[in-house]
Design a protein around this ligand. Structure first.
Ligand code: C5P
Length: 399
């Protein structure tokens, strides 16, 4: 619930602005008050009348409105909220925010505010992928701005790809997560999860049996303690938790790129089952069956994401946690792995088929730190996740 919370909602100029009308309703249903700000371009897509009728508040749109200024100055307006939400955040608004422009009411409020900011980007896929937008996004993340979406799918302009604004309920979940108070409030944690798929050709791939259940539970537990969670997931069989920033990938190489784009972070938890190898001679067209001839696949080593981040020097998260799925000699192998990879902790588990852990709902783990090995009783993956999240909070001095 958002009872008693005030959201300053800046509606930018994109077709997704229509979803912001529903967002206002959803926020109001949950007890939040919404102060709406409509940019000039936003006003081309939704009317001030619809916005103010749904918010049951006056819409602000003009920097030099004398009545507004007499009632509540724009600096004051930027600070009365618990959270500033920009939805849709257009490429132009993101650029203005990253550069610190203040040439209209929305950008001035964003520059003047000392309140946390959440953006829900929405734009054409090419604009989203453009290096300028990538740079602006990285700058905004570095400035502590939270990001919801965008989602992948068909777009109003007829193209397909990432750029669709998050759905209203996804933005609500991100708002609830941003306002959650807990020991990890104000901290950012990156989590990898799920398997990776390494293509053989456009229709075949090599994968593993990871369901993503443990990584998903860890992301949810960190979110519940108030952390901003960047969740980089391979093609898992469980859906990502609401209220986290989801980055979907297929291959290990893509996972490394998204992890690097997701930093800096206070802590990083590498729960993904990353494929050790990729097919070096993966084809761009489907391999044909040839009578009497078997194909030969040659392999190349994948980047070790955990080791890369553990050894990155400047910008390394303060706490790096790896996982070790072993089938025998669990503690000895995991202890050696901790040293080899250079991470701070290893969460080791026995995934021999008899345990039913891989793909199951329970886990029995041993936490390996510089102080030694600590075996936890077998419990639900959710419970393992909560205990681990609490240990992470304590280690970050946030307990
Ligand atoms: O070497 P192994 O796969 O057993 O190590 C497991 C740990 O390393 C996990 O935390 C996993 O997420 C991480 N890992 C990685 N990149 C790889 C291989 C493993 O991040 N290429």
């Amino acid at each position: 619930m958002l009872t008693g919370k005030r959201i300053l909602l800046i509606i930018g100029g994109g077709i997704a602005a229509y979803k912001s009308l529903d967002l206002i309703r959803r926020l109001r249903e949950r007890g939040a008050a919404v102060t709406p700000v409509l940019t000039r371009a936003g006003g081309e897509f939704v009317t001030p009348l619809s916005v103010s009728a749904l918010a049951e508040e006056k819409v602000h749109s003009d920097l030099f409105d004398l009545t507004d200024e007499a009632e509540m100055g724009h600096i004051q307006l930027s600070r009365v909220a618990d959270l500033v939400v920009v939805a849709p955040a257009t490429a132009d608004l993101m650029a203005k925010m990253a550069q610190g422009h203040a040439d209209d009411l929305a950008s001035t409020l964003l520059l003047a505010t000392d309140t946390p900011v959440l953006i829900a980007p929405a734009m054409n896929v090419r604009m989203w992928d453009h290096p300028a937008t990538r740079r602006n996004l990285a700058t905004l993340r570095g400035d502590g701005v939270r990001v919801s979406g965008p989602n992948e799918g068909g777009m109003a302009c007829g193209e397909f790809g990432p750029g669709r604004m998050s759905e209203p309920l996804e933005i609500v979940a991100a708002i609830e997560a941003a306002l959650a108070t807990g020991p990890l409030s104000g901290r950012r944690v990156l989590v990898t999860s799920g398997p990776t798929h390494e293509p053989i050709d456009p229709v075949r791939y090599i994968a593993n049996r990871s369901s993503g259940a443990q990584g998903t539970a860890i992301a949810a537990a960190l979110r519940d303690l108030g952390a901003e969670v960047i969740f980089v997931t391979g093609p898992a069989s469980v859906p990502p938790p609401p209220g986290v920033t989801v980055r979907r990938v297929e291959t290990a190489a893509q996972m490394l790129a998204e992890v690097q784009a997701g930093l800096p972070a206070d802590a990083a938890v590498f729960a993904a089952a990353v494929a050790d190898w990729r097919v070096e001679n993966a084809g761009t067209s489907k391999m044909k069956k040839v009578e009497g001839r078997l194909p030969t696949l040659s392999f190349a080593e994948n980047p070790d994401i955990l080791a890369t981040v553990s050894k990155m020097g400047a910008g390394r998260p303060g706490l790096v946690v790896g996982f070790a799925a072993e089938t025998d000699d669990v503690i000895a192998h995991a202890t050696a792995k901790r040293a080899r990879k250079g991470c701070d902790w290893i969460v080791a588990n026995d995934v021999s088929p008899a345990t039913g852990i891989m793909g199951g709902s329970e886990n029995a783990v041993t936490l390996i730190t510089a102080d030694g090995a600590e075996s936890w009783p077998r419990m639900a993956k959710d419970a393992v996740a909560r205990q681990l999240a609490e240990r992470i909070a304590a280690a970050l001095g946030a307990g």
